[in-house]
Design a protein around this ligand. Structure first.
Ligand SMILES: Cc1cc2nc3c(=O)[nH]c(=O)nc-3n(C[C@H](O)[C@H](O)[C@H](O)COP(=O)(O)OP(=O)(O)OC[C@H]3O[C@@H](n4cnc5c(N)ncnc54)[C@H](O)[C@@H]3O)c2cc1C
Length: 409
């Protein structure tokens, strides 16, 4: 939409990438996202689901392989270019943007933390694969530990409870037993996982470890794909582990390194969710403007009525503040380690909470501007609203994250 962009310093390469991502979002993600939204979770995850074609194309175009250098097979982008691409993908469909981003989780973390052997086993195969057949996920939350699993970096929020996925050392291996929550995104279709485990079953939840593993090991099984409200194109399920044996080298870090790692991990993921929410917010705003220009009531297009314009201006202001905040935080935290400075979790939480709350407000206003049509499936607004609602809970429920961030100020 012509009045949205106000960047004056993008390089020709960045503009080209943004344009390519927008075309993919418009021609592939928007229609596929709407189609998958209307499928049952079983249909959405079946072999002939459009989800797999989306992941294949995203991989071919490099949009799921943005986190690795070219010599590793990746398409190394600057954090600024990655923000532009992710915002466009989320404009197409926020659930699919999430599925694409999460597909690389195990490989990205293996590359960042792993030995040469781990990089060769987990990172290189993903980044050199261009057909989307390797799919990652991040399995962290458990049925009894949602928020509790995410606040472990903060001593006063780390609770003592029995963890539900225990890793027991046994010779050169760990043996995994237990389960992860029904909310593991990409859970039903993932080939690999980045997995949070508990090393002290009855200790505080901050006594954990982070490992990578293939999900075709004996003893791994999944629950039914989850039937849910929003971001239905990003499919979810429980993952169960029964005496699953992994070599100790799959454990990338443990114990004292666990809580600081979770701080950095949540910082990067919350920053990413902020960008996805900004893309979704923009999609809902643009749909409302388009509709308001066409819909005639009171003898003229409704955009000419003062109350409609005022609502659109509120939405416009929120969209632009979301884009500015999410970009700034993603670039700051995305480059922090390279610059040798700590990542700032409170900045990422500010972006995640602000952008997802704003996306929900904007999508709700978009539904109202569409009148009765906003509630019909002929228009995408009701889906945008459901997707935005889901994102206020994904990667930490907003009120909990606010409490976590506020206590660090
Ligand atoms: C779209 C989506 C995608 C997701 N993707 C993944 C994924 O890829 N992998 C994964 O493992 N999980 C995933 N999740 C799970 C998600 O991280 C959790 O749903 C979220 O952290 C909240 O946990 P919960 O649902 O157990 O709610 P609870 O933790 O039970 O929270 C319920 C309510 O209690 C409040 N509350 C909880 N603890 C406190 C406290 N200490 N102080 C004050 N208030 C508190 C919360 O703010 C909330 O309002 C996803 C969830 C969604 C919705």
């Amino acid at each position: 939409m012509d009045h949205i962009d106000y960047d004056i310093d993008l390089t020709p390469e960045e503009l080209e990438l943004k344009e390519a991502a927008h075309t993919f979002a418009k021609e592939v993600l928007r229609p596929a996202g709407i189609q998958i939204d209307r499928m049952t979770p079983e249909e959405a995850t079946a072999g002939d689901s459009p989800l797999f074609d989306v992941l294949r194309q995203a991989s071919e175009l490099g949009f799921s392989r943005m986190n690795a250098p070219e010599e590793m097979g990746g398409v190394k982008m600057t954090p600024r270019a990655a923000v532009l691409v992710n915002e466009e993908l989320a404009w197409g469909n926020s659930g699919l943007a999430g599925a694409i981003a999460l597909a690389s989780t195990h490989a990205t973390i293996a590359l960042a933390l792993g030995s040469g052997e781990i990089v060769d086993e987990f990172a290189r195969p993903f980044f050199t694969c261009t057909d989307g057949s390797i799919i990652g996920c991040w399995a962290v939350t458990e049925p009894d530990h949602g928020s509790d699993s995410l606040g472990v970096m903060q001593a006063d929020m780390a609770v003592k409870a029995r963890g539900q996925l225990i890793a027991r050392p046994d010779g050169d291996d760990y043996v995994l037993n237990g389960q992860k929550a029904a909310w593991v995104s990409n859970g039903p279709i993932a080939t690999h996982a980045l997995l949070n485990v508990h090393l002290n079953p009855d200790g505080k939840l901050d006594q954990g470890g982070i490992c990578v593993l293939p999900l075709d090991l004996p003893g791994v099984s999944r629950g039914r794909p989850l039937e849910k409200h929003g971001v239905r194109a990003m499919t979810q399920s429980e993952i169960f582990f029964e005496d699953v044996r992994i070599p100790k080298r799959f454990m990338l870090l443990e114990q004292n390194a666990y809580a600081p790692y979770m701080d950095a991990h949540l910082s990067l993921f919350n920053a990413g969710v902020g960008v996805i929410a900004a893309g979704l917010a923009r999609a809902a705003y643009e749909a409302a403007v388009e509709y308001a220009r066409e819909r005639i009531q009171g003898g003229k297009p409704i955009i000419e009525h003062q109350s409609v314009r005022a609502r659109l201006f509120r939405m416009f202001t929120l969209v632009q503040t979301c884009r500015t905040l999410s970009r700034g935080v993603f670039i700051y935290n995305g480059t922090a380690m390279k610059r040798g400075v700590p990542v700032k979790l409170e900045h990422s939480i500010a972006s995640k909470v602000y952008c997802t709350n704003s996306a929900l407000e904007i999508a709700t206003l978009a539904v109202q501007i569409h009148g009765g049509n906003g509630l019909s499936r002929e228009y995408p607004c009701e889906m945008f609203q459901r997707d935005a609602m889901s994102m206020t809970i994904a990667d930490g429920e907003n009120a909990y994250l606010t409490q976590l961030a506020a206590s660090r100020l």
